[in-house]
Design a protein around this ligand. Sequence first.
Ligand SMILES: CCCCCCCCCCCCCCCCC/C=C/C(=O)SCCNC(=O)CCNC(=O)[C@H](O)C(C)(C)COP(=O)(O)OP(=O)(O)OC[C@H]1O[C@@H](n2cnc3c(N)ncnc32)[C@H](O)[C@@H]1OP(=O)(O)O
Ligand SMILES: Cc1cc2nc3c(=O)[nH]c(=O)nc-3n(C[C@H](O)[C@H](O)[C@H](O)COP(=O)(O)OP(=O)(O)OC[C@H]3O[C@@H](n4cnc5c(N)ncnc54)[C@H](O)[C@@H]3O)c2cc1C
Length: 664
Amino acid sequence: MTALNKSIEPGDSPDLTEERASGTFDTNAMAAVIYGSDKFAQRRREISEAISKIPELADSAPLPFLDRFGKVTEGSRKLSVILENIDKLIDPSSYEEGLHLYTEVMGMEGHPLALHEVMFIPALIAQASDEQQVKWLGRARRREIIGCYAQTEMGHGSNLRALETTATYSPETQEFILHSPTITSLKWWPGALGKSANWAVVVANLIIRDKNYGPHPFMVQLRDEDSHEPLPGITVGDIGPKMAFNGGDNGFLGFRNYRIPREYLLNRHAKVEADGRYVKPPHAKINHSAMIRVRSHMATGQGALLAHALVIAVRYSAVRRQGYLEDKSREVKVLDYQTQQHRLFPSIARAYAFIFCGFETIRLYDQLLIDVQNGNTSGMADLHALTSGLKSVVTYQTGEGIEQARMACGGHGYSMASYISEIYGVAIGGCTYEGENMVMLLQLGRYLVKSIEMIQNGKSRELGPMVAYLAENESEIDLNLGPNEYLKVFEYAARNQTWRATEKFQKLRNSGMSNEKAWNQASVELTRASRLHTRLYIMSTFINHVGSIVDQKVKGVLIDLLNVHVTYEVMDIGIYVQGLLSSNQMDLIRNQLYVSLETIRPNAVSLVDSFQISDMQLRSVLGRRDGNVYENLFKWAKSSPLNKTDVLPSVTQYLKPMMEKSKL
Ligand SMILES: CCCCCCCCCCCCCCCCC/C=C/C(=O)SCCNC(=O)CCNC(=O)[C@H](O)C(C)(C)COP(=O)(O)OP(=O)(O)OC[C@H]1O[C@@H](n2cnc3c(N)ncnc32)[C@H](O)[C@@H]1OP(=O)(O)O
Ligand SMILES: Cc1cc2nc3c(=O)[nH]c(=O)nc-3n(C[C@H](O)[C@H](O)[C@H](O)COP(=O)(O)OP(=O)(O)OC[C@H]3O[C@@H](n4cnc5c(N)ncnc54)[C@H](O)[C@@H]3O)c2cc1C
């Protein structure tokens, strides 16, 4: 018989083999669903295999034992090995293959090309004119230059209108003069800016004849291409250690009347003519497109991070034995405890949901990019609202899920041997970057309020498909009918909360309060509406995606997972559905959730194995594919630099004299 879970091998922990044998579906078929096609899932496996054959691509030491300098150096070393071997490893024209290669080899601690690939090149694609692309895009793609995206300043990140860096046009010389007038105007945070990048897309206020036209993107050379020294007029450096991404060099940047040619304003959409005439872009916020792109990709990215933590926690929970259930002769796998399942399985469902929802969001972004290139910007507001809410909800829930995964691993979860804290640090960075979560929830809040105002003004028919439910009346709910009924429960909650929050805002405003004050006083309620609306979107894309799956065994287990998702999510928002569901109905849902946890239990390990995250990529002793945790945990501890000698110099120098003194 062919094993359904392709990851069973001799020498594996019998506990994990038992788990894999109980799986009811083919993990390669599930991987094809997770990665969008059988072809790409297969390519991922081939790339991982090819990587494992090049020993120089392996970490030279477990990353947690390296200091900051070691991490930054290790990133650049591995990058150079990747680039020497790239044609053997991937199709260099495939973004997805490249992402997999980088993620596996470089890990998630940051590297010199992260922002080059994620923001610099996409900004050039979206914002550089055809002519400018000829000049820079090829060079960037060939990595002749390393770029970053420098927008945030020490004093301002969220409020882009208050950025202080100026780019003043000089018609006499046809140049822009970049200047940082204050300490707070220093660019602060951009990834790879500090030490690696020699070029940047810099966002600065465009000033023409004393008039401020707001933030615009400029292509700026920062360092000499031969010596890599900063150019005169540029102050640049690293901002120091962070919660995570310590293999990366997030940086600061200041300009002292630094001149760039007129042609260096990225001018696909907005232009400055030689005489200083400003040509407006087709949409006021078109310069924000690099951010919309990253936000559109964040649901899959965060789903993948959550998946990393769950692979570790679920596999470990199947080999960790502690305490007893009925059989007192052998301790039980901790995965058999209902509390452990309740802690982990809804997060497995969320990881799948985020990935599926991410596919749909990336599709919407790709369509928008085509539309915008053809001059049609009408979809921008919808996608801005959607991705603002989505990035906020997925990053927050991913952080929650990873932290639960850490606690689910007990003491060993707290050790860097689990690697979960690194994944956590990386994931929660997403709550802040690409727009602080509260700020972005309020952007969606604006859109929801406007939607309600359209309904109030008799324009319900003009509502987009994602907010049409706000105009509907609630219907009876029959919870025995499955996920679509749960969707109606969520629609009820989101609709009710959006109306309540909007009415609160309107009431305050109508009482004579200023628009801004009324908005501020309704803002907590508005963020709640945004979260419910976004969770509804995630749930509906999960349901649609599962509906489209052909492999019946895969579909069967995803329906089980969907049942975990819908029942958990509805229990989680209980306070918002009190007017709709009776306490008997809530009890029924709670029991359905407990049953669905039991149903998913035999497939738990296969569901996380299906993410097909290699041991190299996972970098976790607890999450090893073979489950041989304990002997490797001991090996890992022994490799600690502190264990190189039995007696540390700090003992000889300080502790010994202290103890000697105490003896006197
Ligand atoms: C398979 C996957 C494998 C994955 C592997 C996993 C490995 C993971 C490794 C992780 C690697 C991660 C790499 C890390 C990358 C990090 C990079 C980070 C980069 C950054 O952070 S760049 C800086 C980002 N900065 C921000 O986001 C700033 C946030 N602020 C804003 O965006 C704006 O200021 C604003 C949106 C809050 C407000 O903008 P503004 O002031 O201009 O506008 P107003 O408030 O006045 O609003 C006016 C109207 O304009 C609308 N609007 C605003 N923006 C847009 C837009 N983009 N499009 C359309 N419309 C927009 C508003 O809604 C207003 O409309 P209204 O009609 O008037 O209401
Ligand atoms: C890991 C990481 C990588 C980054 N990479 C880059 C990069 O490559 N390029 C780049 O340009 N930037 C980058 N950034 C910067 C990032 O985009 C900003 O930090 C982010 O946009 C938040 O802005 P802020 O720091 O100004 O937060 P602030 O706006 O100062 O937030 C502080 C608090 O104020 C609240 N707040 C602010 N405004 C409002 C409001 N209007 N209503 C209600 N509450 C409000 C926030 O909710 C938050 O609680 C990165 C940041 C991190 C952490």
